[in-house]
Design a protein around this ligand. Structure first.
Ligand SMILES: O=C(O)CCC(=O)C(=O)O
Length: 285
């Protein structure tokens, strides 16, 4: 459970840190499962329905960038997504009826791990209200050098920032970002960060020789319904399920308008969208 101060911090700042949430035993079990999932996959030959590889490595190299939807495909993570200890915290934020939304593991391997530019998660999946949280579990010690999370505090009550140019979704904030008050969230393995879906966040390339793996789970209030905007909604909703309380008979609206992400070519991951956008910016000066 959160303390009252932690809940107040989340509501005021748009994020809160919970240190030592995971035990050493839980971390060891999760590490073993991740090793098994990744094993045998190379850039040239991998299961692209389950994972994305780091692109800048030789074809026979094995660095995974992201594991897709672990809480759908692997029992250990699914059990985790339904653990009362975790849901008690989410209930303190959004009340008794909760939907699990999606999950992923970002691997940020040593020396190469891709950067993540400033973005707000809600830009990817329009909802009728803002009661959605992204929960990041550090599975390794996370520092500036290996690309820990950075957040912009107290922006989660503002309108959503633009993530599009020329009518197309770029997967990152496209206006200039004032990051002078960015907070760097270093933490030991086992630390968990609860972050509003509207809190802008980013992380740098992993320049160290240490991995920075992070499990990310998203939940929302049961009355935060998805606004349907094509294939992407279908993809993300495949994984959603009620994990506590009841389905809501009504959708609660707190937004009068919501920008719909339009994909230029085909649906792409955050990494691909941001990479493409960086290349376009270079080409166009
Ligand atoms: O892995 C990270 O550092 C941040 C990831 C993130 O923001 C995302 O995958 O949406």
């Amino acid at each position: 459970m959160f303390t009252a101060d932690q809940v107040a911090h989340y509501n005021r700042e748009g994020y809160v840190i919970y240190r030592d949430f995971l035990s050493q035993e839980e971390l060891a079990a999760v590490h073993e499962e991740m090793d098994q999932i990744s094993s045998g996959n190379t850039l040239a030959d991998h299961d692209d329905t389950r994972m994305e590889m780091e692109p800048n490595q030789p074809p026979d190299s094995t660095l995974v960038r992201r594991i897709y939807e672990p809480c759908t495909y692997y029992d250990i993570f699914r059990a985790f997504s339904e653990s009362p200890r975790l849901l008690d915290c989410v209930e303190q934020l959004f009340g008794p009826s909760l939907m699990f939304h999606y999950s992923k593991i970002n691997m940020k391997p040593p020396g190469i791990g891709s950067p993540v530019e400033w973005h707000q998660d809600l830009s990817y999946y329009p909802l009728t209200n803002r009661d959605s949280v992204s929960i990041l579990f550090y599975l390794d010690d996370a520092s500036i050098e290996n690309g820990c999370l950075q957040v912009l505090p107290r922006r989660h009550t503002d309108p959503l920032l633009s993530h599009s140019t020329e009518g197309f979704f770029r997967g990152k904030v496209t206006a200039s970002v004032d990051d002078s008050d960015a907070v760097t969230l270093e933490g030991n393995a086992g630390t968990v960060i609860f972050m509003s879906c509207l809190t802008p966040h980013a992380s740098m390339t992993n320049t160290s020789d240490k991995a920075r793996r992070t499990l990310i789970l998203s939940y929302r209030a049961a009355d935060a319904y998805p606004i349907h905007c094509g294939v992407m909604s279908n993809l993300v909703e495949t994984h959603s399920r009620i994990v506590r309380g009841e389905r809501s008979p009504v959708a609660r609206f707190t937004m009068t308008e919501f920008p719909i992400p339009q994909y230029e070519n085909q649906i792409a991951s955050l990494y691909d969208l941001q990479e493409r956008s960086r290349e376009d910016e270079k080409e166009n000066g």
